[in-house]
Design a protein around this ligand. Structure first.
Ligand SMILES: Cc1cc2nc3c(=O)[nH]c(=O)nc-3n(C[C@H](O)[C@H](O)[C@H](O)COP(=O)(O)OP(=O)(O)OC[C@H]3O[C@@H](n4cnc5c(N)ncnc54)[C@H](O)[C@@H]3O)c2cc1C
Length: 389
């Protein structure tokens, strides 16, 4: 069996690693350059994502993935200002509504782990433009660099703006909610002496002040990343571990109007500074000392739950079919794990290929949308997701 994966994001790379582990040939096509940083620097990885990583990664990769994550996050803290000082006013367990307990990962480092060992399988700078399902059961895909490829299965892991979904399920649309989130990261050294890292530890924390809502999380590595690389995954790009620094990630809720024309990361960062104007001085410093290049504006989009479609040799995973704010990465990795298992069953002759893909899709639809479509529109729920604004 041969599989084409469109998109080298969290889902596509987890799937590629899992297929390779199972001895299934895989080719990944990615439109971006290898070190593009369009999705921010931090990722909360919960049990859904960890289970997928455990199943799909070789042991050294898994150990290095864990070394790319901070300490356990089991409760969310509510911060407030008391007598001019930031203080923890309350804590509630992370129970899956909507955030599960987990750990914060350094996203570029995790991505470097996922790319390790796939150099011969991933082709960068190749945007998928279309595909064709052929009468012999194979799928042929075309790419912007002029190349084309044929395989038994085509997986659209190409994110919220998926070209594969656009051709395969043209009736499925992403709706813009108008809500935006500005996210960034600040080196921990820049806020040394403020007491903030000690106050919140590994826990996610949030604070509401007048109209402003800010979320924060500190990432401290359990072991020095270069030492972890040398120990667990020497094949990983050396620069990926050498360049990383501990940080505090932050997010500010915003509206479409507040962001208006801000396009570049620096412009978005300036908007964030403006949004933080009325916050405590330590929080203003967090935003002011951020890495401008790591500031991202997220557009929160939704895809409504949809009826099943007939399974074929083309399928979708992750944001391409069910974007989800704040936990879409975990769902994408979970999809990758489940799809890997389905394709392994088909490759071993234990299940017919389309039946295996259909059972993966049934489970994916059941678990990724809050409710199945019903005849009562009021009961329809949506899956909401993020994309770079
Ligand atoms: C700033 C930010 C913070 C987030 N925080 C969290 C978090 O803490 N926890 C969490 O679980 N989720 C989080 N998310 C959501 C998470 O990033 C996404 O849900 C996740 O990346 C989806 O994975 P994916 O593999 O489906 O798609 P993506 O990771 O978006 O990957 C899609 C890939 O496909 C490529 N691509 C797109 N079109 C084409 C094409 N036509 N041809 C070839 N390649 C193509 C893209 O360049 C991209 O590399 C966050 C998102 C952002 C932006």
């Amino acid at each position: 069996m041969r599989v084409i994966v469109v998109g080298a994001g969290l889902g596509g790379l987890t799937l590629a690693q899992g297929l390779r582990q199972a001895g299934i040939e895989v080719a990944v096509y990615e439109q971006d350059r290898p070190r593009a940083r369009r999705q921010g620097i931090s990722l909360h990885v919960d049990d859904r994502g960890m289970t997928a990583l455990r199943a799909c990664l070789p042991p050294g990769h898994l150990a290095m993935a864990e070394a790319a994550m901070g300490g356990p996050r089991e409760r969310a803290l509510a911060l407030s200002e008391m007598d001019g000082q930031l203080a923890v006013m309350g804590a509630r367990p992370l129970d899956g509504t909507p955030t599960w307990p987990g750990r914060q990962a350094h996203r570029p480092l995790l991505r470097a782990v996922l790319l390790t060992g796939l150099a011969d399988a991933v082709r960068f700078g190749a945007r998928c433009t279309r595909f064709e399902q052929r009468s012999d059961g194979t799928v042929r895909a075309w790419f912007s660099d002029g190349s084309a490829d044929t395989a038994d299965v085509l997986v659209g892991a190409d994110g919220v703006g998926s070209v594969v979904r656009g051709q395969y399920l043209p009736h499925v649309r992403v709706a813009d909610t108008g809500r935006r989130m500005l996210m960034g990261a600040t080196p921990l050294r820049a806020i040394a002496g403020t007491g903030l890292p000690a106050l919140i530890g590994h826990s996610p924390a949030s604070l509401r002040s007048d109209d402003t809502m800010m979320a924060l999380g500190v990432l401290r590595f359990p072991q020095e990343p270069s030492a972890a690389r040398a120990r667990w995954l020497p094949a990983m790009d050396e620069r990926a571990a050498a360049e990383v620094e501990e940080y505090v990630m932050w997010a500010l809720a915003a509206t479409q109007e507040q962001l208006s024309s801000a396009a570049s990361p620096t412009a978005v960062w300036h908007r964030a500074e403006r949004l933080a104007t009325n916050l405590h001085p330590v929080l203003r410093l967090v935003v002011a000392a951020a890495w401008p290049y790591a500031t991202v504006a997220l557009r929160i989009g939704t895809i409504p739950a949809m009826p099943a479609w007939p399974a074929s040799a083309v399928t979708l995973l992750g944001d391409a079919i069910h974007p989800a704010p704040g936990f879409g990465g975990n769902l994408a990795m979970r999809d990758a794990h489940r799809l890997r298992d389905a394709l392994v069953r088909a490759a071993r002759g234990e299940q017919e290929l389309h039946a295996a893909i259909g059972s993966y899709e049934d489970t994916m639809r059941r678990d990724s949308f809050p409710a199945r479509p019903t005849s009562t529109p009021a009961l329809d729920r949506t899956a909401a997701g993020t994309g770079a604004a």
